[in-house]
Design a protein around this ligand. Sequence first.
Ligand SMILES: *Cc1c(COP(=O)(O)O)cnc(C)c1O
Length: 739
Amino acid sequence: MRDLPLFLDKDKALRSMTATSPLGTFFGISQKVYDTVWKHLTADAGQSVTYISMEIGADRDVFHPVKDRLMKLGISESTDPQLDRFAKTFLTGPSKIPNYSGGLGILAGDTLKSFACCRIPALAISLFYRRGYFSQLVDSKVGQICWCGEWQPEETPSLYLLQDPGRPGHPLEIEVPFFDRRDQRIMAHAQLWMKLEVNNSLDYFVPEILLDYGIAKSPEYIREASKTLYDSSSERTQAIQRRLLGAAVVPTMRALDVTSNTLHLNEQHGVAVVLHMIAEDLHALYGSHYQEEAKDNDITDAATRVAEKIVYTIHTPVKAGHDRFSREMYEDIGHSFCKRILRLLATDNEHPESYNFTAMAMRVNRATNSVSRLHKIVTQTQFPQHAKKITAITNGVHHLTWVSEARAELYDAFPELENWREDPGVFANAANFVKNKKFRVYMDQAMQKDTNRLISYVNQMLVQHRAQRLETWIDPPNYLSHLDGVDSSLRPEVFTIGFARRFSTYKRADLIFEDIDRLAEMIVTNNWPVNFIFAGKAHPADEPGKYLIKLILDSQKELYEKSRGMAKLVFIPNYDMYIAKMMVAGVHAWLNSPKRPLEASGTSGMKAAINGVPNISILDGWWAEGYHDGRTGWKFGYEAPVDTKMLSEHPDELLYAEDSDSFYKILPEILESFYAPNLRPDYLEKSIMNLALNVPIFNTHRMVAEYLSRYGLKLSSETTRRINGLSKLYRSDQEEQTI
Ligand SMILES: *Cc1c(COP(=O)(O)O)cnc(C)c1O
């Protein structure tokens, strides 16, 4: 009997974490929070932002405030069947939604989480991919092998199929028109899934709408084209995917009554939204005959008005990141009036037979943002005609997602860092820790904890792969799995360098293995053992990228033998957010070796910085801002001024010889600092200075605060005060710094 009231209390607690609306029942936030957010998003004044992105990475195994709350309350079940189901799925359901491929998607997820933390009214729109992005197997002889596992959206916590308020029991649907060559209309239909990005204190959230075209009503070719993220099987499929995103934005907002006056394009993939908005603008002016009546200058005038609502972030100077579609092919997709708009706004002087969607995004916006100071110069060089309106808002990462448990415990133990979860700016106080013995000792212990975790993960993986040799046809990717005996594992006290990101040729994953003899000799002569831990996927159609993975695998044995077993190179297959989080905290230095200036920002190095892990990097992207004259890590490589010649991605112009030489020159100094006696003073100072100098800058709270000044939203005075506080430490667009 004594248990009963407790049970009731638990049900009460669960019920207070539930919200109901005509769209469905949602778990993790209270009714009051739900109503507040929805009121902000649907208010007439339109003071919210709709954020449009082809991919969003926000896996629940790296940030899960609702699950944390359940665990803290000690609740795992309920007598009420619906609450019981919520509790169980949130505690044990699958954590991953396979709709990201790399940095762009992770940035989107981190941004939405910071919107939620800072209580900024925002809606996100992306696509729902039934097949998702591929999973990676790696075989030592074949290299990367792609496969697509099934995933169960219905079982995935925090994902809800929205209900149609007008037709109870039916899913809410939107329609998106496609056209053929004769302007015959073909409708694509999508149902809407909603994922809630709930903030750490469970008092605000950002709804993320995923458009699911995989329903029977949609034509077969649409269903097929919507299945796989970045399906590149044909140019037509790519163009359809972009349209499935962009042309659905207005219908989605209408279906949800969302009134945002500001649309943020996270890269140009969703830019087809402006075609729709221009047509609506002209329709309002000229009525239903707008297509016949509008002259070219009416269209460009309408584009100017639409541009007032668009904020655009360009993420890369690399060609693969930009969409260009042949005019001939686009006849099959867009209406003839849409072609008229494209001819005026998406012209491509280099390729007159194509529409250039980046050019259109560049033209139709009121603010264009690059993702670092250096990238601003690069973008201005690439688009001189738009140079004036291009500004910099340097990327960040969501610090609560990327801080390891051991490091979070350390930060909690020092009152100087009080409130670090709400305001990463307080890490500016960490500079004093350089002289604080207690902090240094604790920091070193936290580092060891995280390294032990990573190394034991790798060692278990090596053993598992060895066992699989007998059970599967996959040949283990790592040389160490083929070795028997004591030396076939990694040791945590050995200096460990991490490298993980998409395998793309400009990122030069193999750069430091350019001269294995030289690398091995340095390690042997000085008796400085090193672990190299690598991970990353190459896009299935990127043959040179896949070849880089093979090169890494092929270097393992040679490096091991030439260094007499002192250098061990391991590849972890199937890179994802979970592996990323373990790696950035568990290694002793984070390596980044792109060809400057092609890495627009890069964010994995920022994740390392949050954990006090120094970077060893080419002075490119964010590192040009985060290096602080060597106080936070090391730089190497050629630092030419930005010009169009340096932007070449040609294999012969990737500067392998120069930049690897530069790496070998700085490596002894790095190893010496790590292997120094008495708590490695110089290394630890760099580690602590990452907290003091880089965490206050390279977080998404600061980043969204800067974006807010581009959006110009009118928010409550409390929110505005908070946001001003977050952005006062740094201005990406100004050279002089206050930190
Ligand atoms: C952070 C992250 C990336 C992006 O890393 P970059 O350094 O920006 O290339 C890619 N994939 C995953 C899984 C990540 O967590």
